[in-house]
Ligand binder design. Structure first.
Ligand code: BGC
Ligand code: BGC
Length: 690
């Protein structure tokens, strides 16, 4: 069932009335017909739907699983369930973290899954080789299928966050973060990236990706804004479907073929809609906004047969998603027909009222199927078993949760496969950071760049000229990759941690040198490091922006970019008559008016990942003087005109972004940007950074 039906046939729009309905159908894309959409009225939490909806059950579309029902595996599942003890069943419902679990634990507790969190590697070794990953994957797998002493053999799932490529493994290709992929407006590219990511995961024997993030980030203060494709729901349906199919394979012949992994749509729901953009906060929004904005990506993922959904740390109208029976069970499983399993987030059950990290019957009863219980999983196991035995969790709920987990394991082919090291692609190190994947990433970088300013047609540059490449982001792979890059927050890395990667400087230098031009690198921002004694460069490319961050740490109270050092560098170069191209690295749109003024050209480059050469491809002409690649990226987030823009969707009618959603220049545009106001609530002379 394709929920986009209402979005199709735009050429039939020939009168204003129809156009109005179509516009509302874009946000009501989840509904089955224009009729249903235009009839749907606002339903806010706790209030009854207005009479124009026949019943509350029509508010969310009624759909069924796109996979065959009953599932071919139900008889096998019945047989397994009949053999399992309560202890074994509860074990299947628990996922422990690599640093706190051994293969013996998996054997003894029948754990259904393990994960490695951000920055967690075999034996804690960052540069663990492929063989080490595979060896440990084999040990865990073999423990899970050990049938000695009457055990049931149920292969375990190893989950990881490969959110922009296989980002936790040294040598992998890192693609631009989702914010950049949103700017490409290219679902086929996103599908290809997901496929490449799954293949790189298969090299080290992992089965399951905690991606895609389908958040619609309504407030860029949120530290996970860059994990979101956009601030509007428009792209989400197609992207959710494309990524899911890229990871799992499309339903049909391609489904869980060689080199495919399980996908997770996360974080259900409205993680990007919290008040103030606070990570793990409360989305105080109507149910209509849940459906028409935040659920859109899930409709795409569900249509593609996504097999797991991760509950959000956040709340809806004050109630934690991890304990939200209505949204987990009534809406997701019953109305939307989701027949895979719901995984919790990192000990996320503990924040449900009355729960602890090691005890939360409420979450299971609300519909959570698999606890992500990184550390205190042993106690959680014991307590959950006791709760089942005391009748606090009905046996039927446990059976349903385990049935879902087993169903997914069957569908993913885990019962038919061999140990991880013997599966297709396993140990084929040539696929980790493969040339083909790096080329794809480089293309994604090119397509993700958004040109905000190009006065006097400064870009594209002549590669035979003398080009200064400056700024602390110029030759810093960690900075150009952002959070979730080898470490959780993306901090504490050096360029050596990214073998095979190309910094933005290296990409430029390669082409400038090949063209016979001259390139000079100056990473520091003060004058002493900027050696202009020999010759004044023709032009400077300055690469600067946000330092890496991830969830929690990345939240900010305003959107001002306030590095005084960077601003002074731009101004000093301009004062010497050197034209300046700014390449701005960031995980969110930011107020940068002074930097825009101090630059002749300005490129929003987001967090491009390991293939920095994509930037040279667009910024430089070829030796014949032709444009190599034009800018095609368009903002998927509106660009703020002040440090404190109102959140999206607020009823502030005054809100006028500096550059609207969808903006992006190309070389033919020839648009000049006037000097912008530099006044802002925050005094740049007293920046709170640098
Ligand atoms: C994040 C998830 C992630 C999980 C496992 C959580 O803190 O919110 O997105 O999948 O950790 O690393
Ligand atoms: C882990 C992450 C996880 C986070 C949750 C970190 O220690 O490495 O994967 O998302 O904790 O708080």
């Amino acid at each position: 069932m394709d929920f986009r039906r209402t979005l199709e046939a735009p050429d039939q729009i020939n009168n204003r009335l129809f156009r109005r309905i179509l516009l509302s159908s874009v946000v009501c894309g989840a509904l089955l017909s224009l009729q249903a959409c235009s009839n749907a009225d606002d339903v806010t939490a706790g209030s009854e739907p207005t009479p124009s909806i026949t019943s509350v059950t029509n508010f969310w579309p009624h759909r069924s699983s796109p996979l065959a029902q009953p599932d071919a595996y139900e008889t096998n599942i019945d047989a397994l369930l009949a053999q399992m003890s309560v202890e074994e069943k509860v074990g299947q419902m628990i996922q422990a973290e690599l640093q706190s679990v051994t293969p013996d634990d998996v054997r003894n507790y029948h754990l259904g899954s393990i994960l490695n969190g951000g920055g967690s590697y075999p034996d804690g070794v960052k540069d663990a080789p492929v063989e080490a990953w595979l060896a440990i994957a084999d040990q865990f797998y073999l423990a899970s299928v050990d049938q000695s002493e009457g055990r049931v053999a149920i292969p375990l799932l190893w989950g990881t966050d490969a959110v922009h490529g296989h980002n936790n493994v040294m040598g992998a290709t890192l693609f631009p973060h989702n914010i950049g992929l949103g700017a490409t407006r290219n679902p086929e590219l996103v599908r290809a990236i997901a496929k490449a990511t799954a293949r790189e995961m298969s090299v080290i024997g992992q089965d399951w990706n905690f991606a895609p993030t389908l958040a619609v980030a309504r407030n860029a203060r949120w530290g996970r804004t860059y994990e979101a494709y956009a601030e509007e729901p428009e792209l989400l349906y197609t992207y959710g479907k494309a990524v899911t199919e890229g990871l799992q394979g499309a339903i049909g012949d391609d489904w869980f073929g060689p080199g495919r992994v399980l996908a997770t749509a996360k974080h259900w729901i409205a993680d990007g809609g919290t008040d103030g953009g606070i990570d793990r906060g409360d989305a105080k929004i109507s149910e209509r906004e849940l459906r028409d904005i935040h659920a859109q990506g899930y409709f795409g993922a569900l249509d593609a047969g996504v097999q797991s959904v991760m509950a959000s740390f956040s709340s809806w109208q004050g109630e934690k998603l991890h304990g939200h029976q209505y949204l987990l069970t009534d809406v997701l499983k019953q109305k939307l027909g989701f027949d895979g399993f719901i995984i919790g987030d990192w000990s996320g059950h503990q924040i449900v009222e009355g729960c602890q990290p090691d005890s939360c019957a409420q979450a299971v009863n609300a519909g959570l199927d698999l606890f992500m219980a990184p550390e205190q999983w042993r106690e959680l196991h014991a307590n959950t078993v006791a709760q089942v035995k005391r009748g606090e969790i009905p046996m039927a709920r446990i059976d349903d949760a385990v049935r879902r987990i087993l169903r997914v394991k069957f569908r993913a082919g885990l019962f038919d496969t061999v140990r991880p090291s013997e599966r297709p692609y396993a140990g084929h190190t040539e696929w980790l950071g493969a040339e083909e994947h790096r080329k794809l990433a480089r293309r994604a970088v090119r397509e993700s760049l958004v040109l905000l300013k190009n006065n006097n047609g400064l870009l594209p540059l002549d590669p035979t000229s003398h080009i200064l490449v400056a700024g602390d982001g110029a030759h810093h792979i960690g900075k150009q990759s952002g959070g979730w890059s080898l470490t959780w927050q993306g901090t504490d890395t050096t360029n050596d941690d990214f073998p095979g990667a190309t910094s933005i400087y290296q990409g430029l230098a390669q082409q400038i040198n090949a063209a016979g031009g001259r390139v000079q690198l100056s990473e520091g921002s003060d004058d002493s490091e900027l050696d202009l004694s020999e010759a004044i460069p023709d032009v400077a490319i300055v690469v600067f922006g946000e330092d890496p961050y991830a969830e929690i740490e990345g939240d900010v109270t305003h959107l001002g970019y306030l590095s005084r050092a960077d601003l002074e560098l731009l101004r000093r170069l301009q004062a010497r008559g050197i034209p300046v191209v700014s390449v701005f690295l960031s995980g969110r749109p930011m107020w940068v008016n002074p930097y825009l003024n101090a630059s002749d050209a300005f490129v929003a480059a987001w967090l491009p990942g390991t293939e920095g050469a994509g930037i040279a491809d667009v910024l430089l002409r070829n030796t014949q003087g032709d444009i190599q690649y034009d800018f095609t990226g368009k903002l998927s987030f509106s660009w703020p005109a002040s440090v404190n823009p109102p959140p999206l969707g607020s009823d502030d009618e005054e809100y006028a972004p500096l550059f609207p959603y969808g903006f992006g220049l190309s070389y033919a545009d020839g648009q000049e940007l006037e000097k912008l106001s530099e006044e802002s609530v925050i005094d740049l002379k007293n920046p709170n950074e640098n």
